[in-house]
Ligand binder design. Structure first.
Ligand SMILES: [Zn+2]
Length: 79
């Protein structure tokens, strides 16, 4: 008989062991990871996607190759 071994699963964000006492355990099908609560999942996802707030000022927008036109954001097109 083949023995199946299990390793303890911990929250990907805070490394806390996942337990049945946690009310809102979250799971990501995309990265196959567990989180101890939705907040930790959201924090991890934002970091994982290198997501950050952006200032809508000329210098910062220049670096991203976009600009404001009448208050709306436009990206440069190749044509
Ligand atoms: Zn956590």
């Amino acid at each position: 008989m083949e023995q199946i071994n299990y390793g303890q699963i911990k929250c990907k964000q805070c490394k806390k062991p996942i337990s049945s006492k946690m009310g809102e355990v979250e799971y990501s099908d995309f990265i196959n990871e567990f989180f101890c609560n939705p907040d930790h999942a959201h924090q991890y996802y934002l970091d994982y996607m290198q997501s950050r707030p952006v200032e809508l000022n000329k210098d910062d927008l220049n670096l991203l190759n976009v600009e404001l036109q009448n208050g709306f954001l436009f990206g440069k097109t190749s044509e």
